[in-house]
Design a protein around this ligand. Structure first.
Ligand SMILES: [Zn+2]
Length: 408
């Protein structure tokens, strides 16, 4: 091939023009998006709390934005729902079909489709992710990534959740870039990467109240540490796109959902001890939300999403009401979310930000786990790749001439 001989000065002018263009692009501020994930937030439980005024921060988001049910995947659990949000593809296509895939705990090396953090990073968007489930081992991003649920560490058997501290992580990196680990240990201290595992039936027997109380204390400590990490990151490492997730709510619901005596699995020794334990998780979450919202201005898009809900046992075909292989097998589980029909346990979706309608309730299932990645790409003006099955949630935006260019 003949290489064109450009006059040297023209090449120089071209180079300068490219640099100036690149500089202009980098000077143009990118939209800021903060996604807050709550594992298994149950609308049946939070709506009465909002009515009572016990979740003022979430109430503020609802008033200033759009909210509704959030369609999840069939037999939902965290790894399936999150990888669907990351890629806008079905679990069977993205490779993460559950907590355990082919006998191995789900991990990021199994992802067969490109995740949103990679697409954003490639397009110059700075990315910060903290405690997002199914992000272990962490992957390089244009920013930072701290793994969440499914992080492996000391005493973690495959298929069983565990709660390693940052210093106890094994089998891969929990923080990208690795230099951030020392920084966090120095400035925030060691912290739990995931929520506490549930106690086993034999631990509980005869010591129900004590075990429940000490478990809830540990959960409160984990949330406190997590809040400190989020606050530190938002203060010292602000990014264009930020995704932070809490997971203690779901864990609490599985064995401390405030069920009634007619429910399957009701044990007064456990279920009458702290009927407030599960609702209290959401009141505590609302305070975490308050901390995050302090870092948010009117030009920031805020999405609060829960990957699925959680309900007392109800599936007729189950012979063992306590079977819940996705969590600690021996815990007396009284509520769950991996029902065959995901519409039985919808997640929830809240959005607030420039050009997003106020006080809008999405009826039915207008928003789904498939729509998160396309909507975020849309905000950054990045074209939706063919792999994505979801749609841009145009329903929530005021009109097509808002700051976001609507996709055709
Ligand atoms: Zn769960």
């Amino acid at each position: 091939m003949k290489v064109p001989k450009w006059p040297v000065c023209l090449v120089f002018v071209g180079l300068v023009a490219t640099l100036v263009l690149a500089q202009n692009q980098s000077q143009k501020p990118k939209p800021r998006v903060v996604v807050i994930g709550v594992n298994g937030m149950e609308l049946d439980v939070i709506r009465p709390l909002i009515l009572k005024g016990a979740m003022p921060n979430l109430a503020r988001v609802i008033k200033n934005g759009a909210y509704g049910k959030f369609r999840t995947v069939p037999a939902p659990n965290c790894p399936k729902a999150y990888t669907t949000m990351f890629t806008s593809t079905k679990p069977e296509e993205n490779g993460v079909t559950g907590f355990v895939v082919g006998g191995i705990t789900a991990n990021t090396n199994m992802l067969k489709k490109e995740p949103i953090w990679s697409m954003l990073s490639k397009n110059g968007v700075t990315v910060g992710m903290a405690n997002v489930p199914a992000t272990f081992p962490v992957m390089p991003v244009n920013g930072y990534m701290i793994s969440g649920m499914l992080t492996r560490g000391k005493n973690c058997e495959d298929g069983v959740l565990c709660a390693p501290k940052l210093s106890e992580v094994e089998g891969g990196d929990a923080i990208y870039p690795t230099s951030m680990k020392a920084e966090l240990l120095k400035n925030v201290g060691d912290f739990y990467i995931d929520c506490e595992r549930m106690p086993a039936a034999e631990q509980l027997r005869g010591h129900e109240s004590e075990v429940i109380d000490s478990w809830l204390k540990r959960v409160a400590l984990i949330r406190e540490q997590q809040t400190k990490v989020f606050d530190y990151l938002l203060t010292n490492h602000p990014t264009d796109f930020t995704w932070m997730v809490q997971s203690c709510e779901d864990r609490t619901g599985h064995w401390l959902y405030p069920i009634a005596p007619y429910n399957v699995g009701y044990n007064p020794k456990i279920n009458s001890v702290r009927p407030d334990a599960f609702p209290s998780q959401y009141i505590a979450f609302d305070q975490v939300l308050g901390t995050i919202l302090k870092h948010v201005d009117n030009n920031t898009y805020v999405f609060i999403i829960s990957d699925h809900g959680i309900k007392p046992l109800r599936e007729f075909e189950e012979t063992d009401p306590h079977a819940h292989m996705d969590h600690e097998k021996t815990t007396p589980v009284i509520a769950k979310h991996d029902f065959a029909d995901g519409d039985d346990v919808p997640g929830s979706f809240f959005a607030m930000g420039p050009g997003i309608k106020h006080d809008l309730r999405l009826m039915g299932f207008q928003a789904s786990v498939f729509d998160i990645a396309p909507t975020i790409l849309h905000i950054y003006g990045i074209e939706q790749p063919a792999q994505m099955e979801g749609h841009v949630l145009t329903e929530i935006f005021e009109n097509s001439d808002n700051k976001v260019a609507l996709q055709k």
